[in-house]
Design a binder for this molecule. Sequence first.
Ligand SMILES: [Zn+2]
Length: 354
Amino acid sequence: MPQDKSNGIRRDTRVRPKIILVCSLVLILLFSILFSCAGSGATGNAPTNKYVIFREDDVAPNADFAELQAVNNVHIDKNVPLTLGIIPRPYLTPSGNQLIEVNHTFLNYMRSLTSNHLFQFAQHGYTHLDLGPSLSGPSEFYGRPYAAQYNAIKQGRDDITQAFGVTPTSFLPPFDKSDNNTLKAAKALGFTEYCTAFADFNVNQGYREGIKIDTISIELGNNSLQSMESATAQWLNDPNSVNTFIVLYHPSDFRAPDGTVNAAEVKLLGDYIDYLQGTGRVQFTTLDHSVTTGNGPVGSTSSEGTTAVGTTDVPDVGFANAGAVFAVLGAIIVFSLASVLTIRLRKNKNRRNR
Ligand SMILES: [Zn+2]
């Protein structure tokens, strides 16, 4: 009887660590499966967010004012955000802040827009003059020394801040032509978004010199409604396309040959927005993503036309990454424990054989 008891105790001490090991192994496996599922759920199963950004360039004291107001009113009526590319210094004189000194109607109108969350104030160069020594097309910045570019961008940014009380964070180089020094200067001055043509850096969407680059997808002024819709559908249906579609226009695109507002072109903008809303697959936002409206995947819980300020897909991405990290860590721990267990079993077997 005493012999049996001692054998029982010996067996128990040998089995208990194994049970603990197996239990923790199963627990870790369960956790890693749980986290990797949650991660893939945020990116794989959920529909990808698609954003349309409207960018209105050449907003300045010398812009076609009736056209500027007409297109902005379309955005207000449809509750669709708009990034305004402001030229701070379009004239050779006066030497002061031209946004304040030249055109008071423009100044007061722009100040009235600052309280409307649909409008983002972005900076479109400084003078918008062809000052770059480039043979490959006009540019205000391309090929100019870093200090000259930095000073021009800084002065323009300060003029916008002084005139409207808004400090721009998005930079749009005039003529969609710039270089690495433009990127560096914009970054050094606190800009976080940069929007230009694809050919400028051969980047569709991504980071260069620490600043986020997005590129123009289509120009409204050159296109019919049909060609706008077909380009948009192609982007929406291409699984490899970037998540942002940027539509560029200028107030002058809405000017009829007789100098009046081109009602047909204004209607085209409205019809195109209706088409986009009708797809049910896009969100409207600004370059800084400070405001998002629409009825795409992000806002699927809210109805068309509602506004969700500050809605972005960043938390989804963070959670997905956390899931992936947990899955990898879990796999490593499981592998280590399995190895330890195998070695222990083998040792026990050897001991028993001896
Ligand atoms: Zn321009």
